[in-house]
Design a binder for this molecule. Sequence first.
Ligand code: HEM
Length: 436
Amino acid sequence: MESLTETRELLMKKYLMQKMGDLVMAVLTWIDYWFTGSVSAMTPEETLNDPFKHYNLLRDNGRFLRSHRNRGWMALGYDEVQLVLRDNRLGADLRKNAFLSKMIRMAADGRTVSFLDNPTMLNLDPPDHSRLRKLANHGFVHKSILSLEPRIVELVDQLLDDIDIAGDQFDIVEVLAKPLPVIVIAELLGLPKEDVPRFQELSHRFVGLTAIGNNELMNVGARAASELHDYFADVIASKRQTPGDDLISNLIEVEEGGDRLTNEELNSTCIVLLIAGHETTTHLIGNGMHLLLENPDELRKLRDDPSLIPNAIEEMLRMEPPVQFTARTANEDLELAGRKIRKNQLVMAVIASANRDPARFDEPEIFNVSRQDLGHMAFGYGIHLCLGMTLARLESKVAFERLLSRFGRLDLAEQKIEFTPVPLNRGRQKLLINVG
Ligand code: HEM
């Protein structure tokens, strides 16, 4: 009876804390709206459907803005985002930001959260970051990634062969954009084929952890993070016993000047490779296909000259970056872009806004597959520049090449486009296309 009362009290406390959190968020949102004219004034649905409009409005108010909602700052201009990402006084170790860690801990409800408990290279600063990156880099040598092309062609062809085209229509996200990157990363890591659906689902849930302020998504994400941790603990133990010819076995063996990855570092490296390399590439293919179908003249250019495909992919990344923003915390009190930032404050670097900054790109709202002024920041910038960008570019190049050569007609089917619910990641939930 006593324990029932305790449970009830605990639940009540949790409920009240959640409600207070929502109230605080609402007040901070209102303050932002008041001071900047637009931050968070849009509904979550509007933010998901057209974040670019939102970012343009914000950038018009200032290229480096105070954001009370994030208890920190937002860099929106191209130069300002670069400044943030290359300044070593700002770090990626988000544990230093008490507000953020507290929100994540609350959502995790006592469970392990990989990037707080066993941070990955994404969330570490030098020298730990440099150490992990150098060791993991062994698996991402440019030449060895490029040698995967024949296997990726085979996989794309298989996935396209398997399509059950009902009425000449299919969902490109479901049949190609989702399975391709996860199969590739699973093969690279040396994971059993039958596990693919499980970790596809886990990594999809995991990204919920980034939805700061959305308790439900964060809770789902935290549960997935702890399941993934247990999953990889088993995989690593078994590969220590019986190594194979794969990235995890190589990472176990790899040594730099007498240095090796510990069990926990191996675990978090596997998680970051799976997460960073999967959903992002899915969104690149889905977002890119949508851009092409909405711009039939650009699609025609690619049909006439398929050698433009790599350039078109860079333009897709610029217009619709799958990672919309990243975050840093100040390691000390500092001055940046003329503003005084206090130690441990959060700074959001809004890649999606930088990529459409009219001060950097001509006609930034126009999708132009032969654009020459590239230099987008979809893969980040500075020491955390994406480790898997060669792989992402290769997978998407093969996907678009095979789609264009297989189908003489590719049209957007009539549908309501739904976006993934996590603001950090920009992607279509599904994309129906008509083919012929
Ligand atoms: C279109 C696909 C991809 C996009 C848009 C993307 C984007 C990014 C961005 C923006 C960062 C930097 C984050 C920051 O500075 O905080 C990053 C880092 C990273 N990405 Fe990617 N990524 C993609 C694909 C991949 C793939 C395929 C892999 C590996 C299989 C991968 C592995 C990583 C890793 C390990 C890091 C951390 C690097 C570090 O901290 O030093 N990514 N990615």
